[in-house]
Design a protein around this ligand. Structure first.
Ligand code: 13P
Length: 280
């Protein structure tokens, strides 16, 4: 086994401890995976506490989620199909984290997406977090339910279940989960205090502009291409040129140069995409 692979297994165990210790999972809940190459992935085993894993627990699967290697007594996560759908649809993703953080999962159970722009970091990191309709765990229902959100977002709530985040590497995918949970907690608590004060469109657009300038990887409403006459991101001219996997900050650049695009237009496009995705 390559030294690097053992290091990644240790990192998966560290992140498992972190999600367990931070109350993002109970008992044996949650799962984590990391892409080694297009045909090889490491993942947590099913039915163990992710807070108490050691590297021998970690399983290796192929792109279909079939076991390549697992030590006796360990089988890959029951949610491996969900992880594989993310990798299949998002070639830029290197790691996927699924957890049940208390506040984010409460919103998922209440059927409320995280769409209110209330603080700069959440707007920059996430934009907003949609809810994928409920699916039975371990079946293809969850992969099918999340699929339409994958090209546009790096975090999705799973209705009546939990949260899913993914990014270029393990730490970034985990950090997205922290950001989702922090945003959900702030939203919940500010609702108790009479309701959050939402940012107006111009403020949101200024934050989106900061995100674009930062050149952050991943998908985000700020990166939805503006130079298109259709709201289907895949069909716009830029997407056709660059391909879906590249439709990020760099693709946006030609839109960013178009100074005639106003904050209102950005907000309108975002709203229409959200409506198409059933978020309004
Ligand atoms: P696994 O232990 O099979 O990964 O499942 C945990 C879980 O949270 C299912 O949603």
């Amino acid at each position: 086994m390559a030294a690097n692979e053992f290091e990644i297994k240790k990192q998966i165990c560290d992140i498992g401890k972190r999600i367990y210790n931070r109350n993002m999972v109970a008992a044996n809940d949650g799962n984590i995976s990391v892409k080694l190459d297009d045909h090889t992935f490491l993942c947590t085993p099913t039915g163990v506490s992710k807070g108490f894993m050691t590297p021998e627990y970690i399983c290796k699967v192929n792109e279909k989620g079939e076991t390549i290697q697992a030590n006796p007594g360990f089988r890959p996560s029951s949610e491996i199909k969900m992880h594989m759908r993310v990798y299949q649809k998002r070639p830029d993703v290197g790691s996927v984290v699924h957890a049940h953080p208390v506040y984010a999962t409460s919103f998922a159970i209440a059927g409320i997406p995280l769409t209110q722009p209330i603080m700069p970091e959440a707007v920059i990191a996430l934009g907003c977090v949609p809810i994928a309709p409920y699916g039975t765990p371990s079946t293809n229902e969850i992969p099918d339910a999340i699929e339409k959100y994958l090209p546009y977002f790096d975090a999705v709530l799973l209705e009546s279940h939990g949260a899913l985040t993914y990014s270029v590497d393990l730490l970034s995918a985990y950090m997205k989960m922290e950001s989702v949970e922090f945003y959900a907690q702030l939203l919940y608590q500010s609702k108790q205090l009479g309701g959050p004060k939402e940012f107006d469109r111009a403020t949101v657009e200024r934050l989106y502009e900061i995100r674009r300038k930062m050149g952050l990887p991943g998908k985000h409403p700020a990166n939805i291409c503006q130079n298109k006459d259709t709201l289907n991101c895949h069909n716009c001219a830029a997407a056709k040129n660059d391909g879906l996997g590249q439709h990020t900050g760099s693709t946006y650049a030609h839109g960013a140069e178009n100074k005639s695009v106003s904050a209102d237009q950005v907000a309108e496009i975002t709203k229409k995409v959200m409506e198409q995705l059933g978020l309004n």
